[in-house]
Design a protein around this ligand. Structure first.
Ligand SMILES: Cc1cc2nc3c(=O)[nH]c(=O)nc-3n(C[C@H](O)[C@H](O)[C@H](O)COP(=O)(O)O)c2cc1C
Length: 344
């Protein structure tokens, strides 16, 4: 149902030719990022781009099943939106996938890429790459309990297990023992010890050709590439080899890139989003959230980079950073900050 939101119904659109439904949904996505892609962030990103698939932060099965808060909360405006799960117990993952489907998520993604110690202690994340059969069991259990797409986000290897054959065996096992059809590949391996999660996003070298080769060797699978992609020109280049592109840090730190995604990657007839309009389109949401007790700064922190490269951007950022966390801060703070970038 929500997959249709990515369709433009423009039969002349050559960019979309041959890409339908599910594949189209994965053509461009914003990566799951803990503490960053929370629901305020996703609401803002959705204003910037209607077609991109948005991922939640990783949510553990333990938090969903035993936690006190509602870890599945999101706004209906966020569609299409995918829930990323962290876990390795097939039963728990199945329970969470079912809940996600009931709550209307468009996809559930299993995290097989996070190398943090905390995640490894829970025996999930990137270390799962070492147990392809368990990943297949997890995906299968989720598929048995939910009919929405179940996808896997993974790396190209872990530790010394970094040969192309290892990667092929992993993908082969998971895709044949479960019916997983969609993989997102972060094009670098992870070191499970010795590097922090941040270093693990920077130190191991990117290997895009390896991901292209993987797609050639598994043409029946839908594959998106992730890691180090900074421009839509680069994204277009990758799309010549793969079904989808996922961008993380650049989309978050420089959300202006998202204002061009619909136009450049989906349909040239779709507009580029105006950043000032986008900020003002957040106002009803901000007001509603403030009235429920949210802090302005928790929402505006995701909007700081929207004017990158525009005169006044630094003052916008500084004004919001200094004022949005003050008690009682409201929309007047945002409107005041906006004056720094408005030129008549
Ligand atoms: C702050 C931060 C938090 C992240 N949290 C997650 C996460 O929860 N789940 C996940 O699969 N990857 C997570 N990642 C990794 C990103 O999804 C992505 O794979 C990585 O940043 C590489 O893509 P990029 O170069 O476009 O940022 C995180 C990255 C950052 C910067």
């Amino acid at each position: 149902m929500h997959g249709n939101t990515t369709n433009t119904n423009n039969s002349e659109n050559t960019l979309l030719q041959g890409i339908t439904g599910y594949k189209n949904l994965n053509r461009f996505s914003v990566a799951p990022m803990l503490d960053w892609t929370d629901r305020h962030c996703r609401y803002f990103h959705r204003i910037l781009t209607k077609n991109s698939l948005l991922y939640t932060e990783m949510v553990t099965t333990g938090a969903i099943i035993h936690g006190k808060g509602d870890y599945l909360a999101y706004s209906s405006e966020e569609h299409p939106v995918a829930l990323q799960l962290g876990g390795s117990d097939p039963m728990a993952l199945a329970t969470c996938a079912k809940l996600a489907q009931e709550r209307g998520y468009d996809e559930v993604n299993l995290n097989v890429g996070c190398p943090s110690d905390r995640v490894q202690n829970g025996r999930f994340g990137a270390c799962l790459m070492g147990d392809a059969n368990l990943v297949a069991d997890c995906v299968k259990a989720m598929q048995d309990s939910a009919s929405i797409p179940i996808t896997v986000k993974t790396r190209i290897g872990i530790d010394e297990q970094d040969s192309y054959q290892f990667l092929c065996d992993f993908i082969d096992t998971v895709s044949t023992k479960s019916e997983c059809e969609m993989f997102i590949i972060h094009a670098r391996k992870a070191w499970l010890s010795g590097l922090s999660p941040k270093e693990n996003r920077e130190v191991p070298p990117l290997d895009y050709p390896r991901v292209y080769q993987l797609k050639r060797d598994f043409p029946q699978l839908t594959m998106a590439i992730n890691g180090g992609i900074k421009t839509l020109e680069e994204a277009k280049h990758h799309l010549a080899h793969l079904d989808g592109v996922m961008i993380g840090r650049e989309a978050y730190q420089n959300p202006t890139i998202l204002t061009h995604v619909d136009h450049q990657l989906f349909d040239p007839q779709l507009p580029v989003t105006d950043p000032i309009d986008a900020v003002r389109k957040m106002y009803p949401y901000i007001e509603a959230e403030l009235s429920k007790g949210a802090y302005l700064g928790h929402i505006t922190r995701h909007m700081l980079g929207i004017f990158q490269g525009i005169p006044g951007a630094r003052q916008w950022r500084r004004y919001l950073s200094e004022n949005a966390h003050k008690a009682g801060a409201d929309l007047a703070v945002v409107e005041q900050a906006l004056q720094f970038v408005i030129r008549d």
